[in-house]
Design a protein around this ligand. Sequence first.
Ligand SMILES: NC(=O)c1ccc[n+]([C@@H]2O[C@H](COP(=O)([O-])OP(=O)(O)OC[C@H]3O[C@@H](n4cnc5c(N)ncnc54)[C@H](OP(=O)(O)O)[C@@H]3O)[C@@H](O)[C@H]2O)c1
Length: 255
Amino acid sequence: MARIGFLGTGEIASALLRALQGQGHSFLISPRNAAVAAALAELPEVRIAPNERVVEGSDIVFLCLLARVAEDVLPGLPFRQGQSVISVMVDAPLAMLRRLCAPATDIAITIPLPPIVDGGCPLPVYPPSPVLEALFGARNPVLAVPDEEALQAHLGVSALCSPILDQLQAAAGWLAGFTGDPAGAEAHVAAMIRCYLPARAQGGELAEALRKLSTEGGLNATLRAAMAPAKADLIRGLDSFRPRLGLTRGTGDPE
Ligand SMILES: NC(=O)c1ccc[n+]([C@@H]2O[C@H](COP(=O)([O-])OP(=O)(O)OC[C@H]3O[C@@H](n4cnc5c(N)ncnc54)[C@H](OP(=O)(O)O)[C@@H]3O)[C@@H](O)[C@H]2O)c1
């Protein structure tokens, strides 16, 4: 069981901690954000402490700050060799973390999402982190990626949820326009998508699910053809992240 510290106590720190609670770990959290920290401190295994004490008293430290704040907060904290540091911060590259968290060297970056509380959350990580795997791997797919640019591309694709949910909401609204039952429409659309998504897709399962929905002249194939331009829009939108995420390779080809 580990002593786990969180620097930054906002939305994602709260989700990570709640995903780990009740498994024998103890937690030190920084007093900020005060309301979130107070709510977490009601858990028996959580204590609030100053940032220095969080770092000093933890085997594993999660960095859950905004990157611009990290530049001010991390220097001078008592990181040490043998300690594991896991950053979830966007815009905080590995070179910056190595500088700010020296002499700690076991530093990894991952991209959790708030639904990690319930498990099933993808956790792309670079460099590979046995610590992250041990903490979350039983309930969440930990995806080791080959380099930092690949991790940045994973970050880009994590923006996909919002436009997809937007489309689902539009379809549910269209359905409710006929049924007069918005709740039933939402229930149908959400359950339908959930039941078509393979539980673990890693060997072409998405393509296989799509193949089964490709009867020529069928409603599925017809709607997909009508929406074909949206696929190019999606890739264009993802490609627009290139400068921001420092992505230099890849073709941007939808196929
Ligand atoms: N939310 C997500 O879905 C998500 C997903 C993946 C990655 N991330 C990344 O995770 C990081 C945190 O995101 P978030 O959404 O959790 O943001 P957030 O809710 O704003 O949390 C940031 C936390 O940092 C705290 N903080 C500010 N100054 C501090 C200091 N000097 N010492 C200690 N803590 C300090 C804030 O406290 P105060 O409120 O008191 O200022 C707050 O608790 C960001 O880098 C973000 O890119 C977020």
